[in-house]
Design a protein around this ligand. Structure first.
Ligand code: FAD
Ligand code: SF4
Length: 511
């Protein structure tokens, strides 16, 4: 009988600073597995699967160097049952462990599976925290007890106080909680954009492995130049972000430009979501940078960046645990359209979507506003079923794990939760896209036209969306000018716009 404990580590639990690793290495064995259950629950971007496998393999190597025994099942290992429950049952049977343990999964699906397994097995099981997040699963529910809406700003302020981040005693630094008014500018023509820091690794062996096991993926990959950081050392290159990008992060956070895929964004979401980096170390690093270089780095940028991690990231996780599993079925507008097939090829005449989708297929990455105001905006205006939108977002992005994907996609972007996460739907006509990008210049469609040949689809779909959903949205005070403008339109103009939108909606494939 093994007196050791079997400890399960999931692919997004690669936390080198976890207290587990301080225990006597002879007292436990770690189990990790590449599993068809994980590569197949949605069609993932090939770079996402490769990133996870590389990061897991490096993490297993790091554990072994510390003298920890690791049982690592590769995707094509004969004994691999491709299900965590089945693999654990097998190991417990073969090796007679006395106990087993796991860290709290961040996905509802795996949380349920492991809870069930623990109930079924006649063996002591301990559940550990991942020691990654800055709030507990239930903190958000406690914070908003008795409230119908969950206002992120209130949660964020509580977190600032709790961790003393950007605080001056009990008050927010410089007397303000939020400096967003100073952010979100469009890019000037002559601005210098540093080249993104990328890595270069050969990954043909993993691509072959995926083919051998018939894993269906989406997107593109260069087998000789895999660009994403997958080790802790590489992820700690956050210095590049702090030194080269942070200064302009806030200012141009919402800007978009042709052939520029990450601008001043950190590209740290994969490293954080796999727990290679902790959110607190990223936040502290950025706060320290501001304290030492505040003549160069504006407070607005630092506060804006910290809000994304300390506020939005923790908040989304709280919403997920407060509302799952019901959240995954919400469809406030009862949208039923299918996602057009060009979401998997980028082959559309709409320049904004063409640029943004091709970029996503090339890099498994798009920044927040590209996700929200280009693809998300289009999907919402076109009435796409949130199940379809979720599946695409959960597959395509390197950082997509359900707890943070679904709350952003179904919640913030598709308003399918009826306004729990966002107070109004994030939709726009060509105006906003044109203001924040250079996409409209050179587009097949005319950004100024609402109807007729080559009229920009965003324009008619935008008014049609408000028209179709007036019963659900007209009384929302956050929507502002949309309904007064729509209601002031001449009857024939309004009818022409609705007719134009109808034509586009009937033929999304050819747009
Ligand atoms: P930066 O712009 O440099 O921001 C820094 C960090 O802040 C990010 O790494 C991330 O950890 C955090 N952050 C920023 N915004 C959010 C947010 N809204 N929610 C949670 N964390 C945030 N993020 C994911 O990590 N996984 C997803 O699957 C995901 N899906 C999204 C889907 C849609 C429709 C939208 C609108 C947003 C989604 N986001 C998701 C949030 C955000 O777009 C990404 O976190 C960000 O683009 C990652 O790139 P970055 O590291 O360069 O981020
Ligand atoms: Fe997109 Fe319309 Fe601009 Fe073309 S004109 S890039 S479709 S917003």
């Amino acid at each position: 009988m093994e007196s050791k404990t079997l400890r399960l580590v999931l692919g997004d639990q690669l936390n080198t600073r976890h207290s587990w690793w301080k225990d006597d290495p002879t007292s436990f064995t770690v189990f990790m597995a590449e599993s068809l259950s994980e590569t197949g629950y949605v069609q993932h971007h090939i770079q996402k699967v490769v990133s996870f496998f590389l990061a897991m393999r490096h993490f297993a190597g790091w554990l072994e160097k510390k003298g920890i025994e690791v049982i690592y099942f590769k995707l094509d290992d004969k004994g691999n049952k491709h299900s965590f429950s089945e693999n654990i049952r097998l190991l417990l049977k073969e090796r007679y462990y006395k106990h087993w343990s796991y860290q709290l999964p961040d996905e509802y699906r795996l949380d349920q599976e492991l809870k069930e397994l623990a109930k079924e097995l006649d063996l002591p099981c301990a559940v550990a925290d991942t020691e990654h997040f800055l709030s507990e699963r239930e903190d958000l529910t406690k914070h908003f007890k008795g409230k119908k809406t969950f206002v992120m700003e209130s949660f964020y302020r509580m977190m600032r106080k709790k961790y003393g981040i950007l605080m001056d005693g009990g008050e927010p630094i410089r007397g303000n909680w939020n400096f967003d008014k100073e952010n979100r500018k469009s890019l000037p023509k002559d601005v210098k954009i540093p080249k993104p820091k990328i890595f270069s690794r050969k990954v043909q062996d993993i691509i072959d492995l995926l083919e051998k096991k018939d894993v269906k993926t989406m997107g593109r990959i260069d087998p000789d130049k895999f660009i994403w950081p997958v080790t802790r050392k590489e992820s700690l290159e956050i210095d590049f972000f702090v030194d080269e990008l942070l200064e302009n992060f806030g200012r141009y956070q919402d800007a978009m430009q042709k052939d520029q895929w990450s601008l001043y964004h950190a590209r740290l979401s994969f490293a954080m979501n796999c727990k290679i980096l902790s959110p607190l170390e990223v936040i502290r690093k950025v706060e320290e940078t501001w304290r030492s270089r505040n003549s160069v780095v504006p407070i607005a940028t630092v506060e804006g960046f910290i809000r994304q991690i300390l506020g939005w990231r923790e908040y989304m996780r709280g919403v997920y645990w407060a509302k799952m599993p019901e959240y995954a079925k919400l469809n406030f507008f009862d949208h039923r359209q299918k996602l057009p097939s060009w979401f998997w090829t980028g082959d559309t005449k709409m320049m904004c979507l063409n640029q943004k989708i091709n970029q996503s297929l090339d890099y498994a990455y798009a920044h927040h506003i590209q996700r929200l105001m280009v693809t998300g905006n289009f999907a919402l205006l076109a009435g796409i079923d949130p199940d379809e939108v979720d599946a695409w977002y959960l597959g395509v992005y390197i950082d997509a794990i359900e707890w943070v994907e679904i709350t952003n996609t179904r919640g913030m972007s598709q308003y399918a939760d009826g306004g729990l996460v966002g107070t109004k739907p994030y939709v726009s006509s060509a105006n906003y896209i044109d203001k924040m990008s250079d996409y409209c210049a050179g587009c097949h469609y005319d950004k100024k036209k609402k109807v007729g040949e080559k009229s920009c689809p965003f324009n008619s779909l935008y008014w049609d969306f408000y028209d179709r959903h007036s019963g659900k949205l007209e009384d929302n005070p956050r929507i502002g000018f949309a309904y007064p403008t729509l209601n002031r339109m001449k009857g024939e103009d309004r009818a022409a716009i609705i007719e134009q939108a109808g034509k586009y909606l009937d033929d999304l494939e050819t747009l």
